[in-house]
Ligand binder design. Structure first.
Ligand SMILES: [Mn+2]
Length: 347
């Protein structure tokens, strides 16, 4: 979007009053970064107060550190009185995405997102007066950085730190899906950000539960050579499922890595691949079938199956059966990535 078009955001904002900022469920650094950057713009340029409504708990240690160190305070969704607000702005997601349910009874004033919308379902954006959906950006935080620039604002230390974290986590330090825009924003934000805070967000203290979870995942991982299948029971957070899928993908050789685990009444699934040009979304779409919902782009996809009709074991069986079919693994015996007795042998 050109600068003049971006400045039209001003036309959809109220003259006074409060706005709610939202992102997708289980907010990640990009969603949080975009929220903090937008909060800065609305306050500084328009004198508007905002409240943040964050859905789902923030549990990944890095994200908890970001929330705490940057003092990102949110109010519970259930406590939103629609009469007290003029509308909602949604970032890093879109109305109608399966992992996004902003508070109801309030108009969505604007949407900022770098994800592709669901094909043929663009209608859910029809009523929104300001929409900027730009898949040519690697992060929504970069879009918000450009939005600030369009209004002649340089981010302060807090918003620069938040936006910087958003850009670097979503693009994996400019290695994943980053464009020139992301790189330009990254370089400037790196200079403006608080290095101590960035370092503390990168390497936060980890609870014992984290190591226990990784231990269980190591023992559960079934190695089919082309596929690493880790179907867990209850997990501490949906993000841990993504983290485990990412971690196992680092096993040498090229393959797919799927991890699933139950959390908050849903079976969360993350699928990753390091095969060049492979598309994870259609694969996960097939694996979750009509029972689940998912999204994703390129080599990563995530989704969930509600644990209302099906038990955890039934969902695990469903995913395993479909994975064996999809990856052509019939009759193939999986090896364990780590046998429990491996530990004893080293003693
Ligand atoms: Mn993002």
């Amino acid at each position: 979007m050109k600068v003049e078009e971006l400045r039209k955001l001003a036309d959809v904002l109220p003259e006074s009053g409060k706005i709610i900022l939202c992102t997708h469920r289980h907010p990640d650094p990009d969603g949080l970064g975009a929220i903090v950057g937008l909060q800065f713009l609305l306050k500084r340029r328009f004198g508007l107060e905002v409240d943040l409504v964050l859905e789902g708990r923030i549990r990944r240690a890095e994200n908890v550190a970001m929330r705490d160190l940057l003092q990102i305070h949110s109010i519970p969704k259930g406590s939103v009185d629609p009469a007290a607000y003029k509308g909602i702005i949604l970032v890093d997601s879109q109305p109608g995405f399966s992992h996004t349910n902003p508070p109801g009874a309030l108009p969505v004033l604007a949407v900022f997102d770098h994800h592709d919308g669901p094909k043929g379902e663009a209608a859910h954006l029809g009523d929104v007066p300001f929409v900027w959906v730009a898949p040519d950006y690697g992060a929504t935080s970069t879009m918000i950085y450009d939005l600030l620039a369009a209004f002649g604002l340089e981010p302060d230390t807090r918003s620069a730190t938040a936006l910087y974290c958003g850009v670097r986590y979503d693009t994996n330090n400019l290695l994943r899906g980053a464009t020139q825009r992301d790189e330009d924003a990254f370089r400037v934000l790196e200079r403006l950000a608080d290095r101590q805070v960035v370092g503390a967000i990168d390497q936060p203290p980890l609870p014992k539960q984290y190591f226990r979870q990784m231990h269980i995942a190591l023992e559960a991982c079934e190695d089919y050579q082309t596929l690493l299948l880790t179907l867990l029971g209850e997990v501490s957070s949906p993000e841990s499922v993504a983290e485990i899928a990412d971690w196992f993908l680092r096993l040498e050789g090229q393959q797919w890595s799927l991890c699933g685990g139950a959390c908050d009444g849903r079976y969360q699934v993350s699928l990753r691949t390091d095969l060049a040009d492979a598309d994870a979304y259609p694969a996960l779409r097939f694996l979750l079938g009509r029972e689940g919902k998912c999204g994703g782009h390129g080599r990563m996809a995530g989704g969930q199956i509600p644990l209302t009709e099906l038990t955890v074991e039934q969902v695990q069986d469903l995913i395993r059966t479909r994975a064996i079919e999809l990856f052509g693994l019939e009759g193939r015996q999986a090896e364990r990535l780590a046998e429990p007795q491996d530990v004893d042998k080293t003693r």
